[in-house]
Design a protein around this ligand. Structure first.
Ligand SMILES: Cc1cc2nc3c(=O)[nH]c(=O)nc-3n(C[C@H](O)[C@H](O)[C@H](O)COP(=O)(O)O)c2cc1C
Length: 186
């Protein structure tokens, strides 16, 4: 028998580290889980208007999104706990360094192996949130996470956010092929 609840949730949620420069070229980053791919080449971020990152994206209109990994879970959590408005050196404090992307005017976090490079397409204000729709214009990936020239998620080891238990989980094993496992019923 199924129990009925008044509140729902969505899973899996990603753990994405949004990195952006402020108007003086200082790098900042935050943790974001309310992010999704909303088209072949578009992502949507749902950000609180009060975040430093939100203000920086409004000015800069370009940013990167790195996939959080098990190895750097503490630093990825930390950037979601303190604001760059109060702790300007928050990246230094958790051991993150950055390199400027050659495709967008935004920092790429050196320690995280994969980052997508994004340009804002539209900013919407709805439900008290700032929704950023952005085009993905490029991707940076360390050699260490490539297999045959492609990003290999079993090497990246991205983590997901569990909003029920309020923790991070590692994304697990392959359980079936997409557009393939279902052939069993054809
Ligand atoms: C697991 C996790 C997920 C989060 N997801 C979001 C999110 O999707 N949107 C948002 O506005 N804030 C989110 N936050 C909160 C911001 O990361 C946090 O307030 C951060 O300190 C903002 O930093 P900034 O002011 O330097 O931009 C999340 C925090 C954590 C720990």
């Amino acid at each position: 028998m199924k129990q009925s609840f008044d509140k729902g949730f969505v899973t899996p949620l990603p753990v994405f580290i949004i990195a952006v420069y402020d108007e003086n070229g200082n790098a900042n980053a935050m943790n974001a889980a309310w992010v999704g791919q909303v088209g072949g080449n578009l992502i949507s971020l749902s950000l609180s208007p009060s975040h430093k990152t939100t203000a920086n994206i409004r000015v800069n209109k370009e940013f990167t999104v790195s996939f959080a990994t098990k190895e750097y879970v503490e630093a990825c959590d930390y950037v979601g706990m303190v604001s760059g408005s109060k702790v300007p050196d928050k990246l230094e404090k958790c051991g993150f360094t950055v390199t400027k992307s050659d495709k967008v005017n935004a920092p790429v976090i050196d320690q995280l192996p994969v980052a997508i490079e994004c340009k804002v397409a539209e900013i919407q204000e709805e439900f008290g949130e700032t929704r950023i729709i952005a085009e993905i214009v490029g991707l940076k990936a360390d050699d260490s996470v490539l297999t045959d020239g492609k990003v290999d998620l079993s090497k990246v080891r991205p983590i997901m956010f569990d909003s029920v238990a309020r923790c991070y989980r590692e994304i697990g094993e392959i359980v079936g092929g997409a557009w393939s496992a279902g052939k069993k019923f054809m």
